[in-house]
Write a new protein. Sequence first.
Length: 174
Amino acid sequence: MFAKIESGLERFIFNSRWLLAPFFVGLVISIMLLLVKFVQELVHLISHVVTANESDVVIGVLALIDLTLIGSLLLMIIFSGYEIFVSKIDVDGHADKPDWMGKVDFSGLKLKVIGAIVAISAIHLLKTFVEITDEPTAGNVEMFKWKVIIHMAFVVSGVLFALMDRIASGTAGH
């Protein structure tokens, strides 16, 4: 009797993984929302490129890169997270299947996410640098200092994540 209860409980817990599927659908919708913002930014950049100065064009292009990186990060999280936690995505033999799909484990996903966060942070830092005027104010300097500190915190976190994964992969039974 207990074996039957245990088996039913384990089946229930195992099937509960499907509760995550709506989260991944929500992330796909988030990519669509990013696409809307990307198109808006692109149209704005195209319509003002002739009258804009060089730094404004660079900032616009950096905004496009930023949105692209965030969309790519979301896609990576959707594919990998779904495959890790819910179910394998059956697209074997499809010509456009990314090489990394099905090969990224949770540890690799963490490293890719932190790497993308560092890249996004670097783009925001570069945008801030480009926007600095010739006469920086105390407030601008303070803001820039904090952005550098936060960016470096992301970099250090990424290095520590990689180090922890390397140490963990060298332990027996990992």
